[in-house]
Design a protein around this ligand. Structure first.
Ligand SMILES: C[S@@+](CC[C@H](N)C(=O)[O-])C[C@H]1O[C@@H](n2cnc3c(N)ncnc32)[C@H](O)[C@@H]1O
Length: 272
């Protein structure tokens, strides 16, 4: 069977051609451009089974990013694995806001709670290290997660870009309790989905503890703001689009919108 015939068959079953090319490339260990250049050649028998297996898996809704093992965030590629949340585009806004506040207040120590694959922490560290103005600050980025696999992956992503961040396993800021007073910015994209929410099919394959946060999806925020004294710190957190009002009354912070015009970020600045 030719590569082009396999792709056509699966295109008819709903698999986009671009994805099919990426998946064939994954099996062959080549880029998709190679697959395009050899489109009308016969697929070797020993690889056909693996390709069909991946195509069938993808058609169940299994995320493409987990199959290819990479995801794009803020213009860079990061490793991603099953068991760790796939970063979403809205979260890039959390990085933009963090950089804006780091610049504005010359912040030097940042804690990312719930690092997942490490995209927020690593991107902040990289942007600070490579930006002329910010690099003079010597920003240090710390991160925590309750998921051991996430901590391992975040370290791997920091290594990929040769940037030093300190990631520790544990809940909220507990692994950095001793450093709490010196942390100036807390950033987080926490779990914020209601336990009984109906989700898209692809989310079935993502870790539940990265998504769900109680009956109203606010458990993470409630516990954090109950447990920690944030006076003097800036806190920037991603939120669900319908959680703004409740979080304003819970924290007194302000809500900013994402690029789609939806309430998405909670910002708390120190009051004088
Ligand atoms: C929505 S994911 C965000 C992952 C990553 N920051 C991103 O934006 O792609 C939330 C992450 O928080 C972690 N998490 C959940 N509860 C936590 C807690 N109490 N302390 C630290 N991390 C927690 C989960 O394991 C998960 O990796």
């Amino acid at each position: 069977m030719k590569f082009s015939e396999i792709v056509r068959t699966y295109k008819e079953r709903g698999l986009p051609e671009r994805e099919a090319l990426l998946l064939i490339g994954k099996v062959l260990g080549k880029r998709k451009e190679y697959v395009i250049a050899h489109y009308d050649e016969e697929c070797p028998d020993e690889q056909l089974d693996s390709i069909i297996h991946l195509f069938e898996k993808r058609l169940t809704g299994y995320p493409l990013q987990y199959i290819v093992g990479e995801v794009e965030f803020y213009g860079r590629l990061f490793y991603i694995e099953e068991g760790v949340l796939i970063p979403r585009w809205e979260t890039e806004g959390l990085v933009d806001l963090s950089l804006e506040y780091i610049r504005k207040y010359k912040l030097r120590k940042v804690l990312d709670i719930g690092v997942g694959s490490g995209v927020i922490a690593v991107t902040i560290a990289l942007e600070c290290a490579t930006n002329k103005e910010l690099s003079t600050l010597g920003v240090k980025v710390l991160g925590t997660d309750v998921n051991e696999k996430a901590i391992r992956l975040a370290k791997k992503n920091a290594e990929r870009y040769g940037i030093s961040c300190e990631f520790r396993l544990g809940s909220y800021a507990e692994p950095f309790r001793k450093e709490w007073d010196s942390i100036e910015l807390v950033v987080s994209n926490p779990p914020y989905v209601r336990n009984n929410a109906k989700l898209q099919k692809e989310l079935d394959f993502e870790p539940k503890e990265a998504l769900f946060a109680g009956e109203d999806g606010l458990d993470f925020y409630r516990e954090f703001f109950n447990r920690y004294d944030i006076s003097g710190k800036i806190v920037i957190m991603e939120i669900g689009e319908d959680q703004g009002e409740k979080l304003i009354s819970l924290t007194g912070g302000k809500i900013l919108k994402d690029l789609a015009g939806k309430d998405r970020y909670l910002v708390i600045e120190p009051r004088d």
